[in-house]
Design a protein around this ligand. Structure first.
Ligand code: ADP
Ligand code: MG
Length: 698
């Protein structure tokens, strides 16, 4: 038998699967024997023991066996069929609201019957509502009891548990007769005591009554871990391959530091140790003739922009172009302004490309990029439009990578792809994120990137003091804003209404604006929201940055990029409705100067238990990594990452939160497997990464 014979056997090879059934199974994602065996139960029923009727209690899932005493149709509030069953220890009633005449006739007095279901208190004492049952035919005895626990599978309309069990039983028989090749050599699975694939699958579909069901269901059993391990190894191999594929391209060596040294000399502050270390890591990468692929993580305010500038200047110095892309216009503008401030004195013009840019200006920028007279362009998604062509793109920088998809990062890279004498050349890639990514996620989503962490804040920053307050304290909060602003500092008020529509968000912000303007007559209040034209937004932001306005009312558009060190107070409404990572980002708008800053989280009562826990996390820590880990636990990876990247995490069995501890070992196994048994890589990828779309686009 070929090693991957399970996946080459379509389900219609099994008994009882015609074209109609096959189509329904396809809807469940089940095409072949392998799919079927990896389709795991989500609970088990114990049908291995008989409970005497006399000792029944209301509980889930029991088997009774007895004799039919009577079966009568009664006309109460609803017509129902009542069947009495006795076993010598007691009598119990089965109640059916839907039944056929044949069914009633079949429940003949004196016949042995076996019933599976949940006894519940009813009109006639304990009753089984619509239980499953088997009845003996003629003089035949009832079939023997189940020996294994009965699996219950996730399913959809039209595919019954019975069908799935029947097919799985056939597939398991095939598996026993033709065990699949073990794709992770036992030498690599070390002494972890994990079973073979065949044993693991058999255990999961047919556990014995004394097996620890909870461990199986919670993923703590070696049988589940065996599958999780293999899937994670495959996933990591996919990442390693992808990365090796990318690294195989050529890239220009960019090593100059003259420009950056000049920038550094002009700064009013010294780089932090962490910034220096990360810059050194970048420079080492960019000095190689292969593309850098590096993710720089650094908490809000840790100074990532300067690190990006160091990379950009190395590229410019070598005569290459740089593209810096940010997910929102506001953030992109912030980068543009920062870069202009730093680079103009060096004689470098920073170009700009965003949706709001007029046609003429856009044509000019495009022309300057195409003929190479533009060294650096900052912008939004507008950067990877077809009309944008570069002369010699050597470095792409993407801020807040998690707001983009992998495809978008690659689309930008493509703009710097050249055929050279040595082969294909692509730009270096630098990815920045202020949203600390929990390790497990980083390893699985960004496993193809090298990572650097800026784990140190510029000196003099005081941790933000956070208070959690009920909405009823609004008057005191407004008072506090007044005091803070009268004392010469500035404040944000964030309207965090979660609405699909920007329109509604804008309306809510307008209403709050009017309310606060009336309540704070001595202050100049400003408003920004996503429905405003970029120019208007910029003007209003400028009035706040310059100190003309003391209070800024905003929607979450200010989440990223806004930098006003004099702002020391932030109020967030409906804080309980936002993700922790987002709250953390928002909070990072204060605490940027030397003054003590405060963040007031207002919530609507009553607060759920998780709501309380989440806000407590915000109150108790300002460490972005701690917050990210908690957020991941509370929300799960899908929601955490947003829909954009969940595709990259389409695990069949592994669960990133539950199986976190296996990620590191899986990575190690993947590394060794690639070195020691490269011939197993392809079969593993084929087994686990269906289609492997993501892995093909390197
Ligand atoms: P983020 O990592 O959130 O993007 P920024 O790059 O915007 O952070 O930096 C935040 C602020 O800190 C900016 O005003 C920046 O000029 C300043 N900054 C950066 N590095 C240092 C440093 N080493 N010492 C003091 N201030 C710094
Ligand atoms: Mg930033």
């Amino acid at each position: 038998m070929a090693s991957d014979s399970l996946s080459s056997l379509p389900l219609n090879r099994l008994k009882g699967v015609g074209p109609a059934a096959a189509e329904k199974l396809t809807k469940l994602g089940l095409h072949n024997l392998e799919d079927l065996l990896f389709h795991l139960p989500f609970r088990y029923e114990d049908r291995t023991r008989i409970t005497p009727i006399g000792s029944l209690r209301p509980e889930t899932g029991v088997v009774i066996e007895g004799e039919v005493m009577a079966a009568d149709v009664v006309f109460g509030r609803r017509r129902s069929l009542l069947c009495k069953v006795a076993d010598g220890t007691g009598m119990v009633t089965l109640r059916f609201y839907h039944f056929t005449a044949a069914q009633k006739n079949n429940l003949e007095r004196g016949r042995p019957i076996r019933v599976y279901g949940e006894p519940r208190p009813g009109a006639a004492g304990l009753e089984f509502y619509h239980p499953e049952y088997q009845i003996a035919h003629g003089h035949q005895p009832l079939p023997p009891l189940e020996k294994a626990l009965t699996p219950v599978y996730p399913t959809t309309d039209g595919v019954s548990q019975k069908t799935l069990r029947n097919l799985t039983t056939q597939a398991l028989a095939y598996l026993q007769a033709h065990p699949p090749r073990e794709l992770i050599p036992s030498t690599l699975l070390d002494q972890s005591g994990l079973p073979s694939l065949t044993d693991a699958l058999t255990k999961l579909h047919n556990p014995r009554p004394d097996d620890p069901v909870n461990l199986l269901l919670e993923g703590q059993h070696p049988a589940v871990q065996r599958l999780v391990m293999e899937e994670m190894v495959a996933h990591q191999l996919g990442m390693l391959q992808k990365r090796a594929g990318q690294k195989a391209f050529h890239a220009p060596r960019l090593t100059g530091t003259t420009l950056f040294d000049r920038l550094q000399a002009s700064l009013p502050f010294a780089l932090t140790g962490a910034q220096q270390r990360v810059i050194a890591e970048l420079m080492k990468d960019m000095g190689q003739p292969h593309p850098m692929l590096r993710l720089v993580q650094g908490d809000v305010g840790s100074g990532k922009t300067l690190v990006a500038a160091a990379a950009a200047l190395a590229a410019i110095e070598a005569g290459y172009q740089v593209a810096l892309m940010a997910p929102t216009e506001l953030l992109a503008e912030q980068h543009r302004d920062n870069f202009r401030q730093w680079l103009s004195p060096l004689g470098i013009e920073v170009h700009w490309l965003a949706g709001s840019l007029g046609a003429k200006a856009r044509r000019e920028t495009n022309a300057a990029l195409a003929d190479g007279s533009a060294n650096i362009v900052v912008g939004t998604h507008a950067l990877f439009q077809d009309a944008v062509q570069f002369h010699r793109l050597g470095l792409t920088i993407i801020d807040e990578q998690h707001r983009f998809g992998v495809q978008q990062r690659l689309a930008l890279r493509e703009k710097g792809r050249f055929e050279t004498r040595h082969g294909v050349q692509v730009p270096h890639q630098l990815v920045l994120t202020a949203t600390p990514i929990p390790r497990t996620l980083a390893m699985s989503v960004y496993g193809d990137l090298d990572t650097s962490v800026i784990d140190e804040m510029p000196p003099g920053r005081k941790p933000i003091d956070t208070l959690v307050l009920p909405e009823g304290r609004r008057p005191q909060v407004i008072e506090r804003i007044n005091d803070a602003c009268q004392a010469g500092t500035q404040a944000y008020w964030v309207c965090t209404l979660i609405e699909e529509s920007e329109e509604l968000q804008a309306q809510a912000a307008e209403a709050t604006y009017e309310e606060l303007q009336a309540a704070l007559p001595d202050l100049t209040v400003e408003l920004v929201h996503g429905r405003m034209k970029a120019k208007e937004k910029a003007e209003r932001m400028a009035r706040f940055s310059s100190g003309q306005a003391q209070l800024l009312i905003a929607t979450t558009v200010i989440e990223v990029g806004v930098d006003v060190p004099n702002a020391t107070l932030m109020v967030m409404e409906n804080a309980e409705r936002l993700g922790l990572a987002q709250l953390h980002q928002l909070r990072g708008r204060v605490g940027r100067g030397g003054e003590q800053s405060y963040c007031l989280l207002l919530y609507k009562s009553p607060l759920s238990l998780t709501g309380k826990q989440r806000l407590a996390v915000m109150r108790d820590t300002t460490d972005g990594f701690v917050i990210a880990e908690e957020d991941l636990k509370l929300r799960g990876p899908g929601e955490w990452l947003g829909t954009r990247q969940t595709g990259d995490l389409a695990f069949r069995i592994a669960d990133l939160v539950r199986d976190e501890a296996l990620m590191e070992p899986a990575r190690n196994v993947a590394d060794r497997l690639l070195q020691e048994c490269p011939s197993l890589v392809d079969p593993l990828l084929r087994r686990w990464l269906k289609g492997g779309q993501d892995y093909a686009d390197i």
